[in-house]
Design a protein around this ligand. Structure first.
Ligand code: ZN
Length: 646
């Protein structure tokens, strides 16, 4: 049962175990679960709404609306209040705009739901919205954290000394936000926020060195304005740890169709089975750098062209198969196209003539088939190189000014961006041709389609919202999968989970760059714990920054990763230590790779000791201080504590 009443000007919204107090003047609210403490919002609300007129931007508080009307609101599941806000002053002028806020309890799940609705905005003056305002963590110390969905995820202590910067663009489904969630934990209670309109959603984060942290929803304009209703859900908990929040999000993800398991995927693309206990071995054909690329080496021009022929790759494959027998290897081949890695996309056929052309390429694929390995090509349908045979500004993505924008950064030099709405045509053409020539292509990697932020396009022939962008990328993945090809992309984000089977990696967030600096807060497998049974995540075992090789291995084991190694060529040693590392990790993955991670427990306050429990009860215990790990319940594997090899 729920009730909505007024008391001294405050609206009281109550359900079986929730209490929400909404102030119709400031538009702030508190929320509280029975037995828990009150969650209060930060005092500063000067940036609730950005009003826009032409190039001008004016942040205002929602409190500053000329007229505010609050009434009781009731729908099938919600019971609360609806407030209409009309008329705002921006830049000294009043703007005739209106929006509505619904703050309610969801009687079905006993959670708090907040909706922000643009109801009158003829000129597109309603821009970014940061509402609801961030909830404060009013304590520091043991068990007090924000939950950050950046890359694998982290528990962020409010007084964490570092800064969060380079990857934070605050848009869902980027490195900053692999999954559209956020939350907070403190002794006694916790909440999880879920952005239910994630496509133009995101998070506002402010964490200066030493804190405190402000973390809350941010709604980005869609093609220029707020445009459509946005919604966030808060699940409130009693005394729990992060495991309970992840379990709730997993349940949510299942309800919206994102939780597609590897078992299900294997019924669609049978070769998905070969990802159980997989080792990804990455090789290359040609690294060629154009003179106008950021990476061009003027001092040593000869270094701008580095070839490993298909025959050399094949010799390397044979050597690796001998050194590392009876394994599910995915041979991932970079730079196999006409002029090598990151060149001429999407017109990359025929395969590199200098390396052996169609014949050499096909022979590598056939060798992989003979060994029972998957053969995966590295491909790309975002970068649209100006010297590609079919390059056209008219197929390129256009910005608000309708310009085909670009850069000259990657190896292939000057480029624009292929609009996602034109990508499927190229995907069908290229993969169709490879299959028609009888190349046994069993897997592929479509670069950055998952991790690259969702983009908008303003070309009248193929205009695109962020949601349509995700759908267009998914259509490419799905078409390729329909040809019995196992799909991967670079870093995974959760819109892509139903459309890909594995990724290149899914690292833990580090403060300074991809492999630099200290880990952000206490890293936890927020992403892998949600999706371990849906997606295979190879692991970079090199470490980097403050993450040593030993740490990297323990993270791989306890986050449920599989090994990512370099594929040898015709010559050069194959390091037995790396083979041993890969062997243990892939054996663990062979027995757990399609299982969910049920729990990831921090056995001490700083997370130096951890216990990961998989769906069938097997568990992996790691100790970062001693560099040891222990495998419990695994068949034919050592049961006592052991050192990371090497
Ligand atoms: Zn377009």
């Amino acid at each position: 049962m729920s009730s909505v009443t007024q008391q001294n000007g405050t609206w009281i919204i109550q359900s079986d175990c929730l209490l929400v107090r909404f102030d119709p003047n400031t538009l702030g609210f508190t929320m509280q679960r029975e037995g828990g403490r009150v969650w209060r919002q930060v005092a500063d609300h000067a940036h609730d709404l950005t009003l826009q007129r032409g190039e001008e931007r004016h942040p205002v508080s929602l409190e500053s609306a000329a007229r505010k009307t609050t009434l009781e609101y009731r729908s099938g599941d919600l019971h609360g209040v609806r407030t209409e806000l009309r008329g705002f002053a921006g830049g000294g002028r009043s703007l005739d705009v209106a929006l509505a806020l619904i703050v309610a309890v969801d009687q079905v799940s006993d959670e708090v739901v907040v909706r922000v609705i643009p109801i009158h905005d003829r000129q597109g003056n309603l821009g970014e919205v940061r509402y609801p305002r961030p909830f404060e963590l009013d304590a520091v110390g043991l068990g007090v954290y924000h939950l950050l969905p950046s890359m694998q995820g982290a528990l962020l202590p409010p007084d964490w000394p570092g800064e969060i910067g380079w990857w934070w663009i605050g848009l869902c489904w980027t490195r900053a936000i692999y999954m559209p969630i956020f939350g907070a934990l403190r002794p006694g209670d916790a909440y999880l926020g879920i952005l239910e309109t994630p496509y133009d959603g995101g998070l506002h984060l402010d964490h200066p060195k030493g804190g405190p942290t402000k973390l809350g929803p941010k709604w980005h304009p869609s093609r220029g304005s707020l445009s459509y209703p946005r919604q966030v859900r808060y699940a409130l908990f009693g005394d729990v740890d992060h495991n309970a929040l992840i379990e709730r999000y997993r349940e949510y993800s299942r309800s919206v169709g994102r939780l597609k398991t590897l078992e299900t995927k294997a019924t669609e693309v049978p070769n998905v089975r070969k990802l159980e206990g997989a080792t990804v071995a990455a090789g290359y054909t040609l690294y060629h750098t154009q003179p106008d690329s950021h990476y061009y080496d003027k001092e040593h021009p000869e270094r701008n062209h580095n070839l490993r022929s298909f025959a050399d790759s094949m010799a390397g494959v044979e050597r690796l198969a001998k050194a590392y027998p009876n394994r599910n290897v995915v041979f991932h081949l970079d730079g196999w196209g006409t002029r090598g890695y990151d060149n001429l996309h999407p017109d990359i056929l025929p395969p590199c003539p200098e390396a052996g052309g169609w014949e050499g390429f096909k022979a590598v694929a056939e060798k992989c088939r003979e060994l029972g390995w998957l053969f995966a090509t590295h491909d790309n349908y975002i970068d649209f190189y100006r010297d590609a045979a079919t390059h056209s500004d008219d197929l390129s993505r256009r910005n608000e000014k309708r310009e085909a924008y670009g850069k000259a950064w990657w190896a292939g030099g000057a480029q624009t961006f292929l609009c996602e709405k034109n990508a499927l045509g190229y995907v069908r053409r290229n993969y169709g041709e490879i299959l028609r020539r009888g190349v046994p292509l069993t897997a592929t990697y479509i670069d950055v389609f998952a991790i690259m932020e969702l983009m908008e396009c303003y070309h009248p022939d193929h205009s695109m919202t962020r949601k349509e962008c995700a759908e267009a990328r998914a259509a490419c993945f799905d078409w390729v999968r329909s040809q019995d090809i196992v799909l991967s992309s670079e870093e995974p984000v959760d819109w892509s989970v139903p459309h890909i089977e594995f990724c290149y990696w899914a690292p833990i967030p580090q403060a300074d760059d991809l492999f630099g600096g200290i880990p952000v807060g206490i890293p936890i497998p927020l992403f892998n714990q949600t999706y371990h049974d849906c997606l295979v995540t190879p692991w970079n075992l090199h470490g980097g920054g403050a993450i040593t090789q030993q740490d990297a291995y323990l993270y791989a084991l306890s986050f449920g990763g599989c090994p990512l190694i370099g594929a040898p060529g015709r010559e050069g040693g194959i390091d037995p230590v790396w083979i041993e590392k890969a062997r243990i990790l892939s054996d663990v993955h062979r027995q757990t790779g399609f299982q969910p991670i049920e729990k990831h427990d921090l056995l001490d306050s700083s997370g130096t000791k951890r216990l990961t429990t998989f769906g069938d009860g097997k568990s992996v215990e790691v100790d970062f201080k001693t560099g040891k790990f222990r495998l419990n319940g695994f068949r034919r594997m050592k049961k006592s504590w052991q050192n990371v090899p090497g």
